[in-house]
Design a binder for this molecule. Structure first.
Ligand code: FES
Length: 148
């Protein structure tokens, strides 16, 4: 998977550490698991996201693109362009490629990797879906900016 392992693993690692018990046990472990789950913020119903489409959502003051690329799964990426930090609200998405309307930079929304230019990838947010609801974890994720 081309996703940023550090970001994904940070969330998984945190929850995994809680679930593994570590130093917590009994009542404390239950509270730790609850806190880990609470780091995910409810953003929308799953049935409002369609394959081949994207939408912008807000979670914990982060603007996030929620995209479901053809043949992929629902993923969350930074909703601001790495070029100028402009919102990607009016970006074009053809079901695979996201194009910023300002200077036509493009990214593959199956992975968040840049296509043209090969300047900066999009930061990815951990997403989970439970009982038809989409949740995003913003903890530790910062939108990426290009060097230029
Ligand atoms: S602001 Fe998005 S490509 Fe320039």
């Amino acid at each position: 998977m081309g996703a940023p392992k550090g970001e994904i693993n940070a969330a998984g690692g945190r929850l995994g550490a809680f679930l593994a018990g570590g130093t917590a046990s009994g009542r404390g472990a239950t509270a730790d698991i609850r806190r880990a789950r609470d780091m995910f913020t409810r953003v929308c119903k799953e049935d409002t996201v369609f394959e081949g489409e994207m939408r912008l959502v807000i979670a914990d003051s982060h603007v996030i693109i929620l995209a479901w690329a053809f043949g992929g799964e629902i993923k969350g990426f930074q909703g601001v362009c790495p070029h100028t930090n402009a919102p990607l609200e009016t970006a074009d998405f053809d079901g695979e490629v996201l194009t910023c309307p300002l200077h036509n930079w493009t990214w593959d929304l199956r992975t968040g990797d840049p296509i043209h230019p090969q300047e900066s990838r999009l930061a990815e947010y951990p997403v989970k879906i439970e009982d038809g609801v989409v949740y995003i974890d913003t903890d530790g994720v910062t939108p990426l900016l290009a060097e230029r």
